[in-house]
Design a protein around this ligand. Sequence first.
Ligand code: AP5
Ligand code: MG
Length: 213
Amino acid sequence: MKLIFLGPPGAGKGTLAVRVKELLNAPHISTGAIFRDAIAAGTPLGLKVNAIIESGKLVDDETTIALVKERLAQADAQDGYILDGFPRTIAQAEALAAFSPVDTVVNFDIPDAGVIERLSGRRVCRKCGFNWHKTFNPPKRENICDKCGGEVYTREDDKPEAIAKRLEVYREQTAPLIDFYRKKGRLIDIDASPMVDQILESFKEKFPPQKRA
Ligand code: AP5
Ligand code: MG
């Protein structure tokens, strides 16, 4: 199944994707994570996108589309995938339709106050990328990841100014995708406000086993 997780920053797309990928046995492909890995490795892509991401703006369509096209051509993505954070503009959605049409778009519905609470408390593992939260899901030892022992830090774009910018960019450039996919009959809404176990249950109800191939 080819799925898109669409929603504002901090809606919980990455957190749910980690649970759903096991259910679907499909790779979780996050453009944000690919960019952060490139930044950590100091590659030319990382150097190009670092300041853009820290400011909360979008990386240009050409770079992002080329990256996703290459990633979706890999063997593990041929039978399905969860695309998290792509597409984020109409141009990206149109490009994707040409090289890998998706089956369903899951729209994470959550008010701004929920987003701000989640992003301002998020702590990320530098080594495995797991998303912790200082209140909702803290690691047992402060700043150390329970899963891999890596250092847990606050993303540069989770500082208040960048959060505000990301919400503005979401409203202007990404939210129009909701109508874009609804008109195509591809959109499923999910209430992203409850805790993650409950959201996973709603997901399972909307995607019973016979629909998960
Ligand atoms: P990206 O990494 O995709 O950031 P984002 O979309 O802003 O989304 P987040 O990762 O911040 O949120 P999320 O929805 O995954 O929430 P999470 O599960 O972590 O992109 C980063 C940047 O890269 C962009 O700003 C842009 O510059 C660039 N970029 C990426 N894709 C691009 C594209 N296609 N085009 C152009 N540029 C692109 O959860 C958040 C927190 O809440 C965590 O702490 C978590 O523990 C907690 N939490 C999650 N769910 C729950 C829950 N149900 N209950 C309680 N707490 C929860
Ligand atoms: Mg994410």
